[in-house]
Each structure stands twice: as C-alpha cells, then as structure tokens.
Ligand binder design. Structure first.
Ligand SMILES: Nc1ncnc2c1ncn2[C@@H]1O[C@H](COP(=O)(O)OP(=O)(O)O)[C@@H](O)[C@H]1O
Ligand SMILES: [Mg+2]
Length: 388
C-alpha cells in the first residue's frame, strides 16, 4: 500500500511530506524480526505560512495560551496537512491509501512530574486527523506518542524503529543522528537486536541557532551557515553549558523547546556579552556540534571501534558550518560523518518516511515503539485512527 507520512518538527518551519510504498517483506532478513519492505516514491516540503509559524512559535514558548486558539489551531493544521498531502499526490501522480501524521508538538514532558496530586507525563501533538481523513478520503493515523507515555515511556524518540530497519548492519556499528529543532541519535551496534538500541535527544539541533539568527539578524535561520562561518566560537561558554543538568543526565532522555527555546537563547546571548553577533551564532552552532560529540562520548562509546559511522539527517545537515564543526569533533572519536542521502533517503524526508512506516505498522496492528529508546515497559501499538 502507499502511505503518506506527514511530519512537522519542533523547528516549526513547515511540513515534510513523504509518499512511501510499504509491503510485507517476503522473507525475514533477520530471524525473528519483522521488517516491512519500504520504497520512497517522492517527498516534498511546504513551509508554514508566516503568520502560522509566528503563532506556533509564540504558543510553544508561551506559559499561557487561549484554549479557543489552541482548539482552532488543531483544525487549522488539519487543513494545512490535508492540503500538503493532496498537493504531493498531484505532484507524484499517486494516491495514498493511508496517512500517518505526526502533528505539531506544542508541549512535551517526557519525565513524570507531580501535577495536582498525581505523577503525570504529558505530550500534545496537534493537527486534527479527522479533518485530514475527510479531505483526503483515506484513514489517518495520528497522535502517535501518547500510547508510549501510557506504557511508561517518554513518548520519544519514535524514529529508531525506522533507523533500525534501514541502518542496522551485521558488521558496522552506526550512530544515526537527526538534527531538527532538537537533535537526537539512535546508536545501533553491529548485529544488534532491537533491544540493544540506544536512543535519546542529545540537546539542541537548529533551535538555538534559529532563535539567535532571528533575534540578532531578523532571519528565520542561518542559511548555509554563513553567519556562523564569519564568527568566532566562545569555547569556554560551551564547556560551561555542557556541565548543565540536561547534558549530564543519563539516557533515555528527551528535551524540547521547554528547555532550549527562546529563554535559553536569551541566556546564551547574555553569556556572550561583549562578543559580536556572528560570534554568538557561531557559538550556538558549535554548541550543537559539541553536545552531540559529548553525548556520544559519555553515553554511547563504551568500547573503542564499536561504532564507525555517524549518519546525519534533518535540516541541520544542510548547514555546512555545523557539519564541518561536527566532523572535527567526531574525528577523535573514530567516527566518520556520512549523510542519510548516501543511503537513498534524502535528509529532509527521513522523519516523514518514519511516520508513514509507523502508520503502516499501526494499520496492521503491530507495535512500533522501541522500548529501549523510549523507556516504555513494553512494545505498544501507537496512534489513533480517523476513518474517512
Ligand atoms: N540551507 C540551510 N542552511 C542552514 N540551515 C538549514 C538549511 N536548511 C535547513 N536548515 C535548518 O534546518 C531547520 C529545519 O530542520 P528540520 O529537520 O525540518 O527540523 P524539525 O524536524 O525540527 O522541523 C531550519 O529551521 C534550519 O535551521
Ligand atoms: Mg521541519
């Protein structure tokens, strides 16, 4: 069947769409492991309209928001996601049989905390599945994360299911690194079973860089890393930040705008007092590279030579300054930097492909969270279905 995967990440830059052909693999390549056959038909990207992005960023950074606005946002995003699916179907001249839609995260709290007398974890992805189903005319799987939370997990990351399917190798240990608003990795030891995966958020991806460029240069992001390339990195600030609690916490762990949003960017600007604006963007960029390498050193590389490659995806892989900084940090760790594109999956399409795959699994009533990645007590079927 053909499944449309719809992803909109924490950067709130827009909607990534992937049309994926999925089917049952004829024979299991790994004994005891179910691996569907997957082929990317096409992918497309649709930026959010400017005022929608502005509203999203304000909502995600807000301590308060109007209930009426949040309710309307859910239905508005449903319309935008449906438009994106329909446009992509026209472009590639195929029709999807199923849609998997991640939705826009407006709040995520993976750790349990006391709330009105009970310990609660919470997550909220918005973008109404019923609207997409009505407009596109096929069933929609949405709201993937709550089932994992309910099973005691952190609800994230969910992409390791795809990473395992695509990148597991019997001889080469690989680390798969996505750099979206937040950066997260999946470490897959050579010959690993799904239980042996290590996956967690490493910290900021583009989020802090974007906030800095917006604030200091009134641009939504540092295109091609040009601003950072002209700046000087304040190494001592980075060393200090890496001593903060998020970076020291053991995985599994997740983070988001709550931790690395505008407030964090403002603090970083204050820390860099005296430096010129390009230095601040360079420092934010270096923080992403350093926090990735640091997380790998602290929590992944228990044995030298166990991992040889780091495969990057996400918008951050389009920032050459960030990639150069990352390659430099990886070299002493014996890791070679590679791009998801080299493995046949365009960097920006990967997460959308993942949600097509997860929807397909749900449609077939199979679990697709990876408990070693999310911390859930058991594998569970993810998502909710809206019928057309
Ligand atoms: N050409 C580019 N140069 C620099 N940064 C880029 C480029 N293209 C994309 N990005 C960065 O990638 C981000 C979007 O990444 P994405 O993977 O879509 O994140 P998310 O999953 O959080 O939406 C942008 O906000 C921007 O910071
Ligand atoms: Mg995005």
């Amino acid at each position: 069947m053909i499944v449309a995967g719809v992803m909109s990440g924490t950067s709130a830059d827009g909607i990534n769409l992937a049309l994926v052909r999925l089917g049952e693999a004829r024979r299991a390549t790994i004994p005891g492991l179910h691996r569907p056959a997957l082929e990317l038909i096409g992918h497309a990207e649709y930026p959010y309209p400017k005022d929608v992005r502005k509203f999203l960023l304000a909502t995600m950074n807000a301590k308060q928001a109007s209930v009426a606005d949040l309710s309307r946002l859910n239905f508005l995003l449903g319309e935008l996601y449906a438009d994106a699916v329909l446009a992509t179907q026209r472009r590639f001249r195929v029709k999807a049989d199923l849609v998997g839609c991640h939705g826009q995260t407006i709040y995520h709290q993976g750790e349990a905390a006391s709330f009105r007398g009970r310990k609660i974890r919470a997550t909220w992805q918005t973008g109404e599945g019923a609207v997409i189903a009505a407009r596109v005319g096929v069933p929609v799987v949405s709201d993937f994360r709550p089932a994992d939370l309910a099973a005691g997990g952190k609800g994230a990351p969910l992409v390791p299911f795809l990473d395992f399917l695509l990148y597991r190798d019997s001889r080469v240990g690989r680390i798969v690194q996505n750099i979206g608003g937040i950066a997260n990795l999946t470490a897959i030891p050579a010959g690993a079973s799904a239980k042996q995966l290590v996956a967690f958020d490493t910290g900021p991806g583009n989020m802090v860089i974007d906030a800095m460029t917006e604030r200091l240069f009134h641009r939504p992001y540092d295109q091609d890393g040009k601003i950072a390339a002209a700046g000087r990195v304040l190494d001592s600030e980075i060393m200090d930040i890496l001593r903060e609690s998020f970076f020291r916490r053991k995985p599994p762990k997740t983070t988001g705008r709550e931790e690395f949003g505008r407030e964090f960017a403002e603090r970083l600007i204050r820390r860099c007092r005296g430096a010129i604006p390009p230095d601040m963007v360079a420092t934010a960029t270096a923080l992403t590279a350093a926090s990735i390498a640091d997380a790998i050193r602290r929590f992944v590389l228990t044995r030298r030579g166990a991992y040889r490659e780091l495969i990057v995806s996400g918008g951050g892989s389009r920032n050459p300054t960030l990639m150069a900084m990352l390659a430099n940090k990886l070299r002493p760790l014996g890791l070679q930097l590679r791009f998801s594109d080299e493995f046949g999956l365009p960097s920006e399409a990967k997460e959308a492909v993942a949600f097509a795959l997860l929807a397909y699994e749900t449609w077939n009533r199979r679990p697709s969270n990876v408990p070693s990645a999310t911390g859930a007590k058991k594998p569970v079927i993810l998502g909710k279905i809206s019928y057309a």
